[in-house]
Design a protein around this ligand. Structure first.
Ligand SMILES: NC(=O)c1ccc[n+]([C@@H]2O[C@H](COP(=O)([O-])OP(=O)(O)OC[C@H]3O[C@@H](n4cnc5c(N)ncnc54)[C@H](OP(=O)(O)O)[C@@H]3O)[C@@H](O)[C@H]2O)c1
Length: 292
């Protein structure tokens, strides 16, 4: 399932537009800004007010026109509206979406062209300190050079990258490693926090969803141990990190709700997968409505 390719590396760094400068958009932008020309746009101007070393744009059009890559870092619920707006400005961009749940085919269809190149990515918060992981799924028009470009971008951002060839797995990965740092931090605040037991439950759940033991351990390393490094390096509390990665109505929130009711980690992961799938359905319907 995982393809490890480290052979292809683009010769020249590209211009990247990051749309949505929230928790994840800002983390990625600030990790790649010395290697890429980064243009950022957020509808909430307060978010980009203190951005340094990046080109802040005040409209979507200005942010994307001169770039080769557009990284979509808005919440899944906001994606359909953004894609509709984007149709006017895209040319031969490589589109990378980090939105939980949203299918590559819906992004292709919303952008209204048969040739659009879309990569779905699922990074996680430890990317901000260079020890995250990111899973990539290539949409149907993606060429080898595109996936190499996306891989290079996330490696530059500090992630170990895994390519996956089954899109259904992206929802499971979202629940395991994308949301993982959030609910790991929640568990870390509980009196009965037991690292060995959480590790065992995580790996057992990942293997139940079809990952090999090796893959499950890889995902765990990018979740538990990487979140510990994030806590240590940033000096933030587990509560701070939990707040930062838990968006309202998102997959992490769904997992935490289960844990707050004293549900098991396995049930929490299942709930996060369910939420990723609901978000996918919601975006699919929004895209269809916007086309009719
Ligand atoms: N946080 C994580 O750990 C994590 C991990 C993996 C993947 N992701 C994915 O990353 C994406 C972003 O998550 P996040 O936690 O960074 O969310 P966030 O902090 O809410 O950031 C999203 C930003 O995008 C802005 N925005 C919304 N619509 C826009 C538009 N049309 N044009 C420009 N900006 C727009 C939002 O503005 P408003 O505040 O005004 O809405 C907000 O500032 C989500 O799709 C999530 O599934 C997140």
């Amino acid at each position: 399932m995982f393809i490890c390719d480290s052979l292809v590396s683009p010769m020249q760094k590209n211009k990247v537009a990051i749309v949505g400068y929230g928790n994840m958009g800002a983390a990625i932008a600030n990790r790649i800004k010395s290697d890429y020309s980064v243009f950022v746009f957020d509808q909430d101007r307060k978010k980009t007010k203190n951005a340094k070393g990046l080109t802040v744009k005040t409209t979507l059009k200005e942010a994307v026109t001169e770039t080769n890559i557009i990284l979509l870092a808005v919440k899944p619920q906001d994606l359909a509206k953004l894609l509709k707006e984007l149709t006017t400005f895209i040319h031969d961009h490589l589109i990378i979406s980090i939105a939980a749940g949203v299918q590559a085919a819906d992004i292709e269809s919303a952008l209204g062209t048969d040739v659009i190149r879309v990569v779905r990515a699922m990074p996680n918060m430890p990317i901000g300190i260079g020890c995250g992981i990111c899973c990539l799924y290539a949409g149907r028009n993606i060429k080898t050079a595109d996936i190499a470009e996306a891989k290079d971008l996330f490696e530059t951002a500090g992630a170990q990258v895994l390519l996956i060839d089954d899109e259904d797995r992206m929802d499971v990965i979202t629940a395991l490693s994308g949301s993982g740092p959030g609910y790991y931090c929640y568990l870390r605040t509980q009196k009965d926090f037991d690292l060995a037991s959480i590790h065992a439950q995580y790996v057992e759940t990942a293997t139940k969803y079809g990952f090999s033991k090796k893959e499950a351990e890889f995902l765990w390393q990018g979740t538990g141990p990487s979140t510990e490094i994030l806590l240590e390096k940033t000096g933030q509390s587990p509560e701070d990190i939990c707040r930062a990665v838990t968006s309202k109505g998102g997959t992490t929130e769904e997992a935490i709700k289960v844990l707050q009711r004293k549900g098991s980690l396995k049930e929490a992961i299942k709930a996060a997968i369910g939420r990723a799938r609901e978000l996918a359905k919601d975006t699919h319907e929004k895209v269809k409505r916007s086309q009719s």
